[in-house]
Design a protein around this ligand. Sequence first.
Ligand SMILES: [Zn+2]
Ligand SMILES: [Zn+2]
Length: 330
Amino acid sequence: MKAAVLRSPSRISNRPLQISDVPQLVPGSGQVLLRVRACGVCRTDLHIVEGELPVRITGLIPGHQIVGEVVARPTAEFPVGSRVGVSWIGGIDGECWYCRRGFENLCDSPTFTGYTVNGGYAEYAVARADFVFPLPAALDDLHAAPLLCAGIIGFRALRVAGVERGERVGLFGFGASAHLAIAVLEAWNCEVYVSTRGDSHRRLAASLGATWVGSENDKPPVALDRAVTFAPSGDVVIAALGSLRKGGVVAINAIHLDRIPQFDYDSLLWGERQMRSVTNMTRDDARDFLRTADEIGLRPKVTAFSLDQANEALVAVKNDAIDGAAVIVP
Ligand SMILES: [Zn+2]
Ligand SMILES: [Zn+2]
């Protein structure tokens, strides 16, 4: 089968992915074999390909937003021909303290699709049968793919922040996750306050229905019930904290923060304000988000690339050169 293979990480301008013929995959016990219909390109893929994340397997096939069709090892829930989604969390051990208590997003030994196991930049992929998700029929392959990481994580961030219908919610940063989360907030009749750098991001936020849009240095004009930060910057976390009412919550949607600057407890955290991080996702988050996306008719903006253009797709993501998400269609 044809796949985009990472022999050794390097800057994307060096085109580190090799489009190669590799042996056809054989699904193991508990796995389904999928024909890949589309695979979304996430910024995390860029971090893996460029070596910002340590190498976990050599000869890696990246890609963790897979829309696939079951072609072998079907299950009762997913017969041959069913269309399913695969996300970043490819499996858990099921045995650690967290798994046994239902906190599977915090598992001590998770599997990451397209990082610790091969992913979807290929004609075929294998996935754990208990970690694939049914996809709504109304969502076509191209538009379903970008929902499978950015969409689910953004949705989880809203949950971690404890957003309720009709509340005032701040989004600090407006990239792939936030532009999907705002659609969910609109459907929940929330007032959305977007603080972000970049004219194009501000225009997009306004066009998607934000009540207020400002730059990263502007403070929302009202006290917020909830806020979600998307930038890897502790300054942004403090700005979000400073915009909350008493009892409000900031959810930090970042794998890495530069640092959190010293801040004034009395004015920023006193009053039972909370700061929480958002880590990975659960299968319930995935299923609930995909159902919500179907109900509200969520359609992300996408640009399609062939498998041969996998490097070019990552270059486009790196340079913010396309409107919306990049999707590889093998
Ligand atoms: Zn576990
Ligand atoms: Zn991702």
